[in-house]
Design a protein around this ligand. Structure first.
Ligand SMILES: Cc1ncc(COP(=O)(O)O)c(C=O)c1O
Length: 386
């Protein structure tokens, strides 16, 4: 199989991720913080080390402010629902995944917040000046994706962060597609909340992810329960990470995530991004006639150079084929896995003019190879020529 759906989840996982989980489950496997015995302490130390690795990756000075959850969706909900208050104004964009759009749409529909959805420009970027113009006295939160899972464009987060901070609002960044692939420094980029998922660019198993919580926002706990530590407190403790981490964490998953993050740190985020861009260039460069396809998120010339300013994904369509039809042919006849449709980001497809049928998305990963990209290009050519 040629797996080109790494934007949905990375596959295969690196060997060390399997080994890290296996070793932890067999040798330790206890509940962190729920007992003073050695195995519980080992589990706690493993989780603490994972927080430190993630803190290094994200430039976060306080590892305890990294809160584990189920995935990016969980982290985004944790931030949005824990932060906004009745009467708040929130700014978002039309490039967002439903994990940002849906909670905000619900809050707007219920009359809790007012919402401004900024349109991306023709370059598929959110203009920092447009964010500045949209900020109003009641704006509490600006919630934006760092890299769109449809267009692949990397947003000018640092420039937006500076503006949001100067104007006294808070910035929540959806790093589902960027963590492990795009350099992130929450301090320098003035990011107040960074939601990440563990199973894409961080190479961990599904069921892992979390929220980096800055010092400025007062996030209410929306999941309260046991924290293992001070059981006498009648309400959720205020200190991090326990404040937002009620319940037993996904310890097995975090053991795998730790190995994925270590691998990313060893390779270096810049090198991972360069690798993925090289793969996109290899795919586009290997097509006999790229002009037969419609390209989205970047024009062909940019993609042939690897798609600067983008993560390693590409959206395309073949005129005469519905995206779902093309993806099914690739799957059934060529054993190539890609994702067709709206990619949980309907507003992004409205922006591109590809709503409601969507596009076919190819997304490369750290373990994808140039040979796979060339073979995928040959399959696309064969379908186009038939
Ligand atoms: C941009 C973006 N945000 C959020 C998510 C949600 O991630 P998860 O399903 O891991 O919660 C995704 C997943 O595809 C995504 O691409």
């Amino acid at each position: 199989m040629i797996y080109l759906d790494n934007a949905a989840t990375s596959f295969p996982k690196p060997e060390q991720v399997f080994r890290g989980m296996d070793a932890f489950v067999r040798a330790s496997g206890a509940n962190p913080g729920r007992g003073g015995h050695r195995r519980a302490l080992e589990a706690e130390a493993m989780i603490g080390d994972t927080r430190r690795q993630l803190a290094r990756l994200f430039g976060c000075p306080r590892p305890e402010r990294i809160v584990f959850g189920l995935n990016a969706t969980d982290a985004l909900n944790m931030a949005i629902r824990g932060l906004v208050r009745p009467g708040d104004h929130v700014i978002t964009s039309d490039l967002e995944h439903n994990s940002v759009s849906r909670p905000l749409n619900r809050l707007e529909r219920d009359g809790v917040i007012t919402l401004t959805r900024l349109p991306a420009g023709a370059d598929h970027l959110i203009d920092p000046d447009a964010v500045a113009r949209a900020i109003a006295p009641r704006t509490r939160l600006v919630a934006l994706t760092q890299a769109s899972n449809v267009t692949g464009t990397i947003q000018p987060i640092a420039a937006i962060g500076k503006i949001v901070r100067e104007r006294g609002a808070l910035l929540l960044v959806d790093a589902a597609q960027s963590a492990g692939v795009v350099p992130i420094d929450v301090e320098k980029d003035a990011i107040d909340f960074l939601a990440f998922t563990g199973h894409k660019g961080l190479l961990g198993p599904t069921g892992t992810g979390g929220l980096v919580v800055g010092q400025r926002g007062d996030v209410g706990a929306w999941r309260e329960g046991g924290t293992g530590g001070d059981s006498s407190s009648p309400i959720q403790p205020e200190e991090f990470p326990h404040h937002l981490e009620g319940g037993t964490p996904n310890v097995f998953g975090i053991a795998g995530l730790r190995e994925g993050v270590k691998l990313v740190l060893e390779r270096g985020v810049d090198a991972v991004l360069a690798h993925e861009r090289k793969l996109i260039a290899a795919f586009v460069g290997a097509l006999n006639d790229p002009g037969r396809f419609s390209w989205y998120g970047a024009d062909k010339a940019i993609l042939e150079r690897g798609g600067e300013g983008r993560v390693g994904l590409v959206g395309l369509n073949l005129p005469g084929f519905a995206p779902s039809e093309l993806a099914a042919i690739l799957d059934e006849q060529f054993d190539i896995a890609v994702r067709a449709g709206l990619h949980c980001a309907p507003y992004a497809h409205k922006h591109l003019g590809t709503f409601p049928q969507g596009t076919v998305r190819l997304s490369a990963g750290i373990l994808s190879t140039e040979d796979e990209m060339r073979r995928a290009a040959a399959a696309f050519d064969e379908v186009a020529a038939a």
